[in-house]
Design a protein around this ligand. Structure first.
Ligand code: ZN
Ligand code: ZN
Ligand code: ZN
Length: 376
């Protein structure tokens, strides 16, 4: 049976294996790569001490906007002197009333003081000395924010609004969201749970292989397409069918390559790697045998007939590989055996090596000389 023939709907085994091997950071519904992550991330912003990844021209989005506002001076020079504090990291300003620690709501005053100021007929602010509405309260739960907490979430007013707009997530999740605000991210929330885990596994394999950069932006069109496809698993369809159905935005090299890579990783996980699982197959995927650097290279024995000869051919090839024979020679070996199987009269229907007498071998050599001009 070929590898393709084995690729049916995923059994519970694959789900179980995914559950075991996918690490927690690749299970997140929203995966934010660390700044400067060599595979999933982007290099840090060129502004010293800026905590964001670069997006265009070596600058994060916030610094890029500020650089444009500055009239697009020499970018390198500008970056060296730019203020590293950007949106989400610049401290929010408190109410203008002395000793009030609530965040600003209107007129640069907190909610209560802005109401009171209106009631009092808006006196000049620098001469207005209202009584403090209440005693100092705990500060906002967001690290780095020193404003007083108000309302019911434990956040200052501004962070409360942002938290409410996010749908009131758990505290830790909201803190993580704010810390990565503006960062490029893999958003897998629109995918069904099984498919989400499969994509997470593909990303984890990319990170572990340390070879191909895979940024959120490069595969976003693919993720959008997968979400819209209604599929529960990448293995629901053969790769060719997926590729044929990709919309233009997802048909670029990166999304295509990632899709094909992720499916390979899942098949390897499902079918196992190493000789124990691969030897019994008639098509050997060399990467599963630890032979790296040949992409999707394979040794296909299906053309070797009959089965007893195929079994011997596989045994011989495995032995040759264990002796360190290279892939180029192994391919020639395989072709030689296929020719032997085709050109020896009666061999393809034989029950065992008993048919290989002198007459059969002479007939094989004669036919080989005719069919192949230079049988090397
Ligand atoms: Zn920046
Ligand atoms: Zn106030
Ligand atoms: Zn706050």
């Amino acid at each position: 049976m070929s590898v393709e023939a084995l690729a049916g709907a995923p059994g519970p085994t694959l789900a179980e294996r995914l559950n075991t091997v996918v690490r927690p950071e690749f299970r997140a519904a929203v995966l934010v790569p660390a700044v400067g992550d060599p595979i999933l991330g982007s290099p840090a912003c060129a502004v010293p001490r800026c905590v964001h990844s670069s997006r265009y021209g070596g600058l994060c989005l916030a610094h890029l906007a500020r650089w444009k506002q500055a009239g697009r001076p020499d970018r390198r020079e500008w970056a060296q002197t730019a203020d590293p504090a950007v949106m989400g990291h610049r401290p929010l300003q408190p109410c203008l009333v002395a000793e009030c620690g609530f965040g600003q709501h209107r007129y640069q005053l907190c909610y209560k003081h802005s109401q009171l100021w209106d009631k009092r007929g808006r006196p000049p602010l620098d001469q207005w000395r209202p009584v403090l509405a209440e005693a100092p309260t705990p500060v906002c739960a967001l690290p780095g924010c020193v404003l007083w907490a108000e309302l019911d979430g434990g956040w200052c007013r501004s962070h409360h609004v942002r938290w409410r707009l996010r749908g009131r997530p758990p505290t830790a999740e909201f803190i993580a969201y704010c810390a990565s605000y503006g960062e490029d991210r893999f958003d897998l929330r629109a995918l069904p749970p099984a498919l989400r885990l499969e994509i997470g596994y593909g990303l984890q394999c990319r990170v572990d292989a340390k070879r191909t950069r895979t940024t959120p932006r490069s595969i976003k069109p693919l993720l959008d397409h997968l979400a819209a496809s209604g599929a529960e698993s990448l293995l629901e369809r053969p790769l060719t069918e997926w590729l044929a159905g990709l919309p233009a935005g997802a048909a670029l090299h990166s999304p295509r390559a990632f899709l094909s890579y992720a499916i390979d990783c899942l098949l390897d996980l499902r079918d196992g790697t190493g000789w124990d699982s691969e030897y019994q197959r008639d098509v050997w995927l060399l990467r599963r045998l630890g032979i790296a650097g040949h992409g999707g290279a394979r040794l296909d024995f299906t053309a070797v007939q009959p089965v007893w000869l195929r079994d011997l051919a596989k045994r011989w090839c495995r032995w040759r590989m264990s002796c360190g024979i290279g892939l180029g020679q192994l391919r020639k070996d395989r072709i030689a055996i296929v020719r032997f199987s085709r050109f020896t009269p009666g061999l393809a229907n034989s029950a065992g090596p008993g048919t290989l007498d002198r007459a059969a071998l002479e007939a094989y050599l004669a036919r080989l000389a005719v069919e192949i001009a230079h049988p090397k």
